[in-house]
Design a protein around this ligand. Structure first.
Ligand code: ZN
Length: 249
């Protein structure tokens, strides 16, 4: 089975649709690690699309804030502004959909999904020391996580017992970088963010996990950033959120 692994879509329909078009026929089931909404201009349209492709989805912190489950008081002013805009803009049934999204971790066909970390959906895993708990306590050899918007990950096991760091940057003709899953190694893998990448690469990021062949493909696809920025400006969303898309930060 081939799974499309999406995370941190952040109400960016153009980026999501570009990723779906680029991978048409290349996966059988979609999975989403949360933050379907927040920051971007298309919350209703993105939830509609996620439901249309029937993605197995867990909630992220922006889904809690956008639905009203969380009050967004711990968000910075710019993120809070976007969360309140999202809450106001959502169709009532979609707000309810967000409210009812399950909390991770969830295990699917031999791999696990979380939004932030295994123990805490809101925890950021940026560094090896932060990855250690999730790696040691992993229920399955592969755990997919999001929240940091950085494509890459961490490993434990294999040659030595140190936490390894993985980075990917598919270039040129290659739309993705493949990672072969080795037996005896535990993986904590971040597909990156569809709607607001922060690793200096403006392209939409996601992954495809080929469970039988033990390969995870880390994809990047360019999308029409300007079109999204125009919709954000028209919606009156904060300027820093509009600008950061063109820097991938
Ligand atoms: Zn996010």
């Amino acid at each position: 089975m081939r799974y499309l692994i999406l995370s941190d879509i952040h109400a960016n329909l153009t980026a999501l649709d570009t990723a779906l078009a680029a991978t048409k026929g290349k996966w059988e089931k979609a999975v989403c690690l949360g933050d379907v909404v927040g920051y971007g201009p298309d919350p209703n349209e993105v939830i509609d699309r996620i439901r249309e492709i029937d993605a197995i989805t867990i909630r992220g912190n922006h889904d809690k804030a956008g639905s009203g489950l969380a009050n967004a008081e711990d968000f910075n002013p710019v993120a809070r502004n976007a969360a309140l805009w999202t809450r106001d803009k959502l169709r009532p049934e979609l707000r309810e959909y967000l409210e009812k999204l399950p909390t991770g971790p969830a295990t699917i066909n031999g791999f696990t999904i979380v939004h932030g970390a295994s123990r805490d959906e809101d925890e950021y895993v940026f560094a090896p020391a932060q990855a250690l708990d999730s790696l040691i306590e992993a229920a399955t050899p592969i755990t997919f996580f999001g929240h940091t918007h950085l494509q890459g990950g961490f490993t434990l096991g294999g040659e030595d017992d140190r936490v390894g760091v993985l980075h990917f940057k598919p270039e040129g003709e290659n739309k993705f970088s493949p990672l072969t899953i080795e037996p005896g190694t535990t993986y904590l893998l971040n597909p990156g963010s569809i709607g607001q990448p922060r690793d200096g690469d403006t392209r939409a990021a996601f992954a495809i996990a080929d469970v039988e062949n033990k390969v995870v493909e880390f994809w990047r696809v360019p999308y029409d950033i300007e079109a999204v920025q125009k919709r954000m400006a028209a919606a009156g969303l904060p300027e820093p959120l509009i600008l950061r898309l063109q820097f991938g930060r």
